[in-house]
Design a protein around this ligand. Structure first.
Ligand code: URA
Length: 207
């Protein structure tokens, strides 16, 4: 799926809302938010209650934590694009189902193709699983991964989901610690040249 800009992508999604699971009307859809030229794309799981009321991603309690750590680390709105694996609130905030993830996949893929972020931050296991298989967030959070995805190289930084960070102090500490690495990671991506350098710098600077 190819779109020339984010507005046409959103318009197409709304026009076709009947084809999506859980979506009863176009206004059930919660689009990604942010700048088309964003360096960093953050991908969460699914909108919750507050997101479905305000029609914006990450505006409830976990969104407030997320936006706070981003701001505290000097990341500006124009550097960011925030989206979700599925763009509708699941009943009772249950986990998204495989067929729901699949239904929204072409649009999420198109968002990535349009924005071409330097860095993708996955929030929680569902968005991480889009890029990294057979790993657990607890084992790889805060560690930069370079992967091949649809014929392009992507840098993926898996993070705990902010809702998980709100549930456990230990995870919250790790979440805050990982977000403090983002500027360093961006600098690294800008200057990284060969594989050897990648491996050693990642070990030194990012673990
Ligand atoms: N949790 C998510 O994964 N996404 C949101 O937009 C809000 C909460």
């Amino acid at each position: 799926m190819y779109f020339t800009d984010l507005n046409s992508l959103k318009a197409d999604l709304e026009k076709n809302y009947r084809h999506f699971p859980l979506v009863e009307k176009a206004s059930d859809l919660i689009h990604g938010e942010g700048h088309e030229t964003a360096e960093i794309m953050l991908i969460g799981e699914a909108p919750g209650f507050h997101e479905s009321v305000q029609r914006r991603p990450f505006v409830g309690r976990s969104g407030q934590l997320l936006r706070k750590v981003l701001a505290e680390n000097g990341l500006l709105e124009e550097q960011l694009y925030i989206s979700n694996i599925i763009k509708v609130r699941p009943p009772d905030n249950r986990d998204p189902l495989p067929q729901e993830i699949l239904a929204f996949k072409p649009y999420l893929d198109a968002e990535i193709q349009l924005i071409k972020p330097k860095l993708i931050i996955t929030l929680g296991r569902f968005s991480m699983a889009k890029f990294l298989s057979k790993v657990k967030v607890s084992a790889v959070h805060g560690r930069l991964h370079k992967i091949k995805w649809q014929e392009q190289l992507l840098y993926i930084l898996p993070m705990y989901h902010p809702a998980a960070a709100l549930r456990a102090t230990k995870l919250k500490q790790a979440f805050i610690h990982d977000f403090a690495k983002i500027k360093k990671v961006l600098d690294f991506i800008e200057t990284a040249s060969d594989e050897q350098k990648f491996t050693s710098v990642v070990k030194e600077a990012l673990l």
